[in-house]
Design a protein around this ligand. Structure first.
Ligand SMILES: C[S@@+](CC[C@H](N)C(=O)[O-])C[C@H]1O[C@@H](n2cnc3c(N)ncnc32)[C@H](O)[C@@H]1O
Length: 289
């Protein structure tokens, strides 16, 4: 797995789709398209505005803006990592559309733009990789103009179904030890992936100075039948480059033999059976009042 997850552009292109069937890849791409449209609808972009897609990755939102407005807006593709900007430049050169696109390598915690520059800032699944969300909101507030908007989509991973909720104590040796470990690392305040929920996002945005804050939670309940391989990928696929996967998180508590046995027991308990999971996401809009 590590060899296909050296950086963000590789993660976006390959790792997040690993172990997925063609149908699942298509489903995920359709879902991303829906999210893009939802964020763009919230953003209410108009001609001549200055827009930025922060943590743009391969440019899901930025290219959505370009598709609709071409050179009628200034669109800034911004990411902390150069490989992502290179990927966006390559895509832009291939689609050959009229544009007023700019590229900015910048950490969302220290945005290299002047105060009051943007009409609209957007992010998708970026805050989830930033531990200090308050500081990111302070920076977004600084670079957005008066009455400008911040629009985003974030997965609320801390609220998603946990393994122990899918399993029964008699299916897993040391079920209660594994439940305790999972609860602990899924509530770790220093882990960017899980240290927030809709309430804390709302609170942090208001504290940064934003008004008209709306954090709309969407709960998607789904049923599916995972294969043994898919279950293995839950443990091995890293949630981002250089981040511990689930197996490594359990290894902080137990030795490898015990974790491998746990994974095997989870596979035996859940593979080829229908499971119900819930995934929580938030659509966010805030205005610099
Ligand atoms: C899950 S990807 C999402 C990419 C893109 N927004 C999309 O919707 O497909 C997370 C992105 O956040 C970027 N990122 C992570 N930490 C960042 C930070 N501190 N500042 C700016 N970008 C960051 C990564 O480089 C990556 O492109």
């Amino acid at each position: 797995m590590e060899d296909i997850c050296k950086n963000w552009s590789m993660w976006l292109k390959k790792t997040r789709f690993s172990y997925m069937s063609e149908a699942q890849v298509e489903q995920t791409l359709n879902w991303l398209n829906v999210i893009k449209e939802q964020v763009l609808a919230l953003a209410q972009i108009k001609e001549n505005e200055k827009i930025a897609d922060f943590g743009c990755g391969s440019g899901l939102l930025g290219f959505g803006v370009l598709e609709k407005f071409k050179d009628k807006v200034e669109i800034i593709f911004s990411d902390k990592f150069e490989d992502c900007l290179e990927e966006c430049k390559k895509i832009l050169s291939e689609i050959k559309t009229e544009n007023n696109a700019k590229f900015l390598q910048s950490d969302i915690l220290d945005i290299k733009l002047p105060d009051n520059y943007l009409d609209c800032a957007m992010t998708r699944s970026v805050l989830v990789h930033v531990t200090d969300k308050k500081r990111a909101f302070n920076e977004l507030y600084r670079v957005i103009k008066q009455d400008g908007r911040y629009c985003a989509f974030e997965p609320i991973i801390s609220q998603n179904t946990r393994y122990y909720e899918l399993l029964l104590p008699d299916q897993i040796s040391d079920y209660f030890e594994f439940k305790k470990a999972e609860k602990e690392f899924m509530e770790n305040k220093n882990d960017s992936l899980v240290n927030f929920d809709a309430y804390s996002l709302d609170n942090d945005l208001n504290e940064a100075g934003f008004g008209d804050v709306k954090v709309e939670v969407q709960v998607a309940a789904s049923k599916y039948i995972p294969s043994k391989e898919a279950i293995l990928s839950w443990f091995l696929a890293p949630p981002s480059p250089n981040t511990k996967n689930m197996k490594q998180r359990f290894l902080d508590y137990f030795d490898e033999k015990k974790v491998d046995n746990f994974i095997l027991e989870v596979q035996n308990a859940l593979s080829d059976k229908e499971i119900k999971i819930s995934s929580n996401t938030a659509l966010i809009k805030a205005v610099k009042c």
